[in-house]
Design a protein around this ligand. Sequence first.
Ligand code: NOJ
Length: 517
Amino acid sequence: MDETPWWRDAVVYEIYVRSFADASGDGTGDLAGIRGRLPYLADLGVDAIWLTPFYPSPMADGGYDVADYRDVDPVFGSLADFDDLVTDAHAHGLRLMVDIVPNHSSSAHPWFQKALAAPRGSQERDRYMFRDGRAPLGPGEAEGEPNNWLSTFGGPAWTRVPDGQWYLHLFAPEQPDFNWRNPEVREEFLDILRFWLDRGVDGFRIDVAMGLIKAEGLPDTGPGFRSASPMWSRPEVHDIYREWRRVLDSYPGTRVAIGEVWTDSAEDLARYVRPDELHQSFNFAWLEAPWSATAFRKVIDDTLRAVAAPTWVLSNHDVVRHRTRYGEGSLDPSAGLARARAALLGMLALPGSAYLYQGEELGLPEVTDLPPQARQDPVFKRSNGELPGRDGCRVPLPWSGTAPPYGFGDGGSWLPQPDDWAELTVERQAADTSSTLSFYRRALALRRDLRGTLPDAIEWVPAPGDALFFRRGRLTCAINCGEGPVRLPPHERVLLSSGPLDGVDLPADTAVWLTDR
Ligand code: NOJ
């Protein structure tokens, strides 16, 4: 019997709910839209789906500002739609994970509204991070923010309320941070976990998992980054996940949690996945690496040294799509897509589990020319348009037809889709065996065939130039990040290549899976 728990080598597909499929025809994706596309996901060959937040929200940050953790925003459907989706996903053999947002709520959350109405020092304020300002530095000077922390989205991390106190928000002002040293907050989230577990979810993706606990006394930040900062990865955050793990383990089946942990250290990452904590944490190291065999090799070595069951991810709803990232700096316009396909073979050949972001299976590029008035990301708004923000990777998917909204729904799409996406639709690519979609399907099917037959360790094989060769049991993966062709490593058979091979040579920007038998 195969004892490997499902999550250890699962391929999980991220659904950015607003942009996947719109059944209601209002221009925004919804739960019923996802339900209608479950056959597509099952055919694609993924094991699980992760849904980004669909809870009632004023949408100051695309739903990562939650006003009610136990309901569905009407724009996305209802709790009944959610229950139907869980049932149908399971019937299609797909596990379903939801996003939980514990670092902050929406400023519209009833707890925050009560905190605003309550006096300083009250129990209501203690659920969030209210503080008095710093004394004025000199005569005529205003009182300053309680410390020097900056919001991830730009500007100070503090906003002042009418009675003079300040509250902390590591993200937008509409996203006040909870006080995780308050037992009421801890109890509330245990209850929220149970609410969704009782509805049948298979797991949670934990937003800003490294941010919940702030250093005592909220000291100013120095030049340190991420793992060495008073905001991130404080030791006490791990007690929270030990509590969460006990709740997950008390449910039948295998219910899991993956933390969104941005860190500069694989050792820090490893602490989140100790046996009594989270099952997985996102490993963003590859996503942050350039197109380079040396860089990839370092990421793989550092990761496998620190984490027994790692995860791999190339794109998500917060970063420039990897097809576009990998194309930057190349004179060849086809390099980005060729490299993106090659990177997939690398990621899927490694031990651990892989997270895909909707649309990468279609080879979608980042949309860089969205009109300013269409952009919604707070990063764009708070930087007064200096930073483009993350809307370019959130453009609704093209499903069919030759003109926008390309079968996304009947009512347009909340972000405009490019006019030249007709070639990229699911309909078009499903009918073309050389398309990126067909390539993803083949790679995922092969990975399924190989599942359980490969060891957890890899061995490096000497490679020429800027190429990377590694063996995992009978599978060899070769990726050529250099500019010219390299000779393929020894093999019996080619299982799959990301682009055409040239006889015994592996062309630039191409990867291949080879086998001994
Ligand atoms: C990470 C989410 O992925 C991102 O979209 C969001 O803006 C921040 N966390 C804040 O919740």
